[in-house]
Write a protein that binds this ligand. Structure first.
Ligand code: GLP
Length: 240
């Protein structure tokens, strides 16, 4: 694993945006996976701003959402589909043919998982996936205990994220939210991975991810075995 340590949050966000823009412009029909959350929101917004102010070639790049919240409407601002469109993809003029995402609701998630993974394959496979890290070591919605050989699937959501979504959307405490996600195997088959980690709340888990044993108790620890994985951190996340 390579590591890029940035001095603060602002430099983390701009470094991440430079990495993304350089990937977009390096291949005109590239395939790029994106994650949503507190870590990646700014990098998407900065990328959109650079596009509007200076412009760069987006070409025929396909973007995909690594995962999706299930049980809410797709137009809900917490849906990864809507978040990614609002934060960046609409500003870049990316149409629905070039943006692959799981649905938030379906009677056949198994079929939807197959559809998304085979569409990514058809387009040549992921050149880059930008990953966020859960405080419990999750990748996408691959929670602790997930099979390293597992493909896309419906999974559970950690309590903290459920609580934030329910509070924000005014959903009852009893509501059960879940997630659908590319599997660890799909993530590991990307040519290049960037694990983006910022903030002191991630310092302890990041130490385990990078220097602890490779174990599915800490799903992101599998990244130690990827041939081209770079961890980008701010000083706070690098604390331990
Ligand atoms: C969420 C999402 C992930 C995201 C991660 C980190 O649960 N399922 O795709 O990368 O957790 O989120 P945050 O950046 O808000 O900490």
């Amino acid at each position: 694993m390579k590591i890029i340590c940035t001095r603060d949050e602002a430099s983390f966000d701009s470094t991440m945006s430079e990495i993304l823009i350089s990937q977009i412009t390096s291949k005109k029909d590239g395939v790029i996976g994106l994650s949503t959350g507190r870590t990646t929101g700014n990098l998407h917004k900065i990328t959109a701003r650079v596009f509007v102010e200076k412009g760069f070639e987006v070409g025929e790049t396909t973007f995909f959402a690594l995962d999706e919240v299930t049980g809410i409407d797709r137009e809900n601002p917490w849906a990864c589909y809507t978040k990614l469109k609002n934060e960046m993809l609409d500003a870049l003029g990316v149409d629905d043919d070039h943006f692959l995402a799981f649905p938030t609701k379906s009677d056949d998630f198994e079929g939807e998982c197959k559809k998304l993974t085979s569409e990514i394959e058809k387009r040549g496979g992921a050149d880059l996936i930008i990953l966020g890290l859960g405080e419990n070591g999750h990748l996408g919605f691959n929670q602790p205990g997930s099979d390293f050989e597992g493909g896309a699937c419906v999974s559970t959501m950690d309590d903290d994220l459920q609580r934030r979504i329910k509070e924000d959307c005014g959903l009852p405490e009893s509501a059960v939210l879940g997630g659908v996600t590319l599997g660890i195997k799909d993530i590991m088959s990307a040519k290049k991975l960037i694990l983006a980690v910022k903030g002191s709340s991630k310092a302890a888990i990041l130490k385990k991810v990078m220097y602890g044993p490779v174990t599915n108790d800490v799903p992101a620890s599998i990244l130690q075995t990827h041939p081209d994985c770079t961890v980008v951190v701010d000083k706070a996340a690098a604390g331990e």
